[in-house]
Write a new protein. Structure first.
Length: 265
């Protein structure tokens, strides 16, 4: 069971295509359309107008999914957090997975969505790229129309920076013992990548670390290492009839590539 939380902004087609894409792959149990309900916004409330209009049309086009319309302030970090947290914590209690679409929302809302995803294991964030990402640029490089647009775009006034508040837990170690364990965990990630991102069993891992025999002590030790990496979302294991296979997750693969490049420097 999966729910979609779509942070609706200026893009209608991309939001619609994203919802349809996931609907074909998951049993979508609920669809939330979060739109800007800020009336006193600068620039005549342009973003709120686009957000509300697109949300209403998405609701009409996806009527069969009985979308839930939720107004929020996409520029206020606290309001965004409380809105998303309420939806996602409810989904977690119901055993539902959550997909958050951040394709066309504000930078602040994107940051908060990522923060929420760091807090809940049932939550993922996605974006729908444009087929023609530069469609909004006026003119071509070198002509006066482009230069006028570029000069205006790069000199837009700004507000004060907003720091996205994050949960306290991080992958990095917090103590001397954590540091020692983390070094072993990182080495295992690099070794997994060097061996195709996969180990048939924990015996393979023990051998990669230079041990000739997989004693019960070593098995217990490396089982704990693998369990910690599983909790961090870097590996996943699959227990078969006689052995426990270990493989890198997609994020684990990306992270192990970064570790390997760091070693090469």
């Amino acid at each position: 069971m999966t729910i979609i939380v779509c942070l609706v902004g200026m893009y209608f087609r991309r939001a619609l295509d994203g919802i349809r894409f996931w609907s074909r792959r998951h049993g979508i149990t609920r669809l939330y359309l979060l739109y800007s309900n800020v009336e006193s916004e600068g620039g005549g409330g342009v973003f709120s107008y686009m957000s509300r209009r697109n949300a209403e049309e998405l609701r009409d086009r996806l009527e069969i999914m009985d979308p839930v319309m939720v107004g929020f302030n996409p520029m206020d970090q606290r309001n965004i957090f409380k809105t998303l947290y309420g939806i996602i914590s409810k989904a977690r209690r119901s055993g539902e997975e959550v997909l958050i679409d951040v394709t066309s929302t504000t930078d602040v809302a994107q940051g908060v969505a990522l923060t929420i995803a760091l807090m809940f294991r049932n939550t993922r964030v996605y974006t729908v790229p444009s087929k023609r990402p530069a469609w909004y640029i006026e003119g071509r490089v070198g002509d006066s129309r482009f230069e006028e647009w570029f000069e205006n775009a790069r000199n837009q006034p700004s507000l004060e920076p907003t720091e996205i508040r994050l949960p306290g837990y991080r992958l990095e170690p917090h103590s001397k013992r954590d540091e020692e364990e983390w070094e072993v965990e990182k080495r295992l990630l690099v070794l997994l990548r060097k061996n195709g991102g996969y180990a048939d069993s924990i015996s393979d891992v023990i051998r990669w670390f230079g041990h000739e025999a997989a004693s019960s002590t070593l098995r217990n030790r490396f089982s704990r290492v693998i369990s910690r990496l599983e909790m961090k979302g870097l590996v996943e294991s699959e227990k078969g009839l006689k052995m426990k296979a270990i493989k890198l997750t997609e994020f684990g693969l990306i992270f192990s590539e970064a570790l390997s490049e760091e070693e090469a420097v």
